[in-house]
Write a protein that binds this ligand. Structure first.
Ligand code: ADE
Length: 249
């Protein structure tokens, strides 16, 4: 998958060279090309911001260098849609990551300052996406979040053991809790079933924990998901045990 990013801060993307995304960029699963509007300025000061019409605080990204950088990216990646990262966009989630992972590439436009000229959005942006209801200082971190969420879904990026199929949200539930050595920590033991070697029982316990945690922390996710008879039964048992435990404490 090909990622192109229009950014005034290409150095930030050094972080994408680490870990899972880094491995994919070194291999052939993903590539990253950065385009800096500052390289397309024509004045001595290499100006990349401009005053907003109508006044008010803050600046807007200067149109001419931004448009030129975007055009270069589009010429280099003609099959990629242009995504503008903005709090005004559609909310990015695991479903969006799965859909985007099917594409051959995306061009992400990371805004800075108060944003970009709306006419650029109209002419040249295909989609607007937000990573959450908060305001970042620029779209770069959002672009890296999206890049990370997509890259781990690309074939051959994660090994079998860490397969994305097991992730939270892939099955519409939060993750079950994990434990590692030692088997006693701060006076608390690892749940016995995990030491039992009974893989069917471990699978049921994990599914029950995932259902229970989702019920406790994100009931909205359960409303969007059909439960099988087995899942209903496991969740009911979790709820009974949980209510028993809170009544006795
Ligand atoms: N740019 C600034 N804030 C953002 C957000 N929440 N999501 C995507 N892009 C942004």
């Amino acid at each position: 998958m090909r990622f192109d990013v229009i950014t005034l801060f290409p150095e930030m993307f050094q972080a994408a060279r680490l870990g899972v995304t880094g491995k994919a960029l070194e291999g052939e699963q993903a590539s990253l090309q950065l385009w800096n509007p500052r390289d397309y300025t024509e004045d001595n000061h290499r100006t990349v911001d401009d005053r907003p019409y109508g006044g008010g605080p803050g600046m807007v990204m200067k149109v001419v260098p931004l448009k030129a950088a975007l055009q270069q990216a589009k010429d280099a990646a003609p099959d990629s849609r242009v995504i503008y990262l903005t709090p005004q966009g559609q909310r990015f989630d695991q479903k969006a990551a799965r859909e985007m992972a099917q594409r051959s590439g995306i061009i992400m436009l990371a805004g800075r300052y108060e944003g970009i000229d709306e006419r650029l959005v109209d002419c040249c942006v295909d989609e607007e996406w937000s990573i959450g209801d908060y305001v970042l200082s620029g779209g770069e971190l959002a672009a890296m979040v999206i890049m990370d969420a997509i890259t781990r879904l690309l074939p051959g990026v994660l090994g079998h053991a860490e397969s994305a199929e097991q992730d939270s949200y892939m099955n519409g539930l939060l993750d079950f809790p994990q434990y590692t050595r030692p088997d006693e920590l701060n006076g608390r033991d690892v749940p016995a079933v995990l030491l039992s070697g009974d893989h069917a029982a471990i699978g049921r316990w994990r599914l029950q924990q995932a259902l229970g945690r989702t019920w406790l922390r994100r009931p909205d996710l359960l409303e969007q998901r059909e439960l099988s008879d087995e899942e209903e039964r496991l969740l009911e048992e979790f709820i009974r045990t949980h209510q028993g435990a809170s009544a006795s404490s």
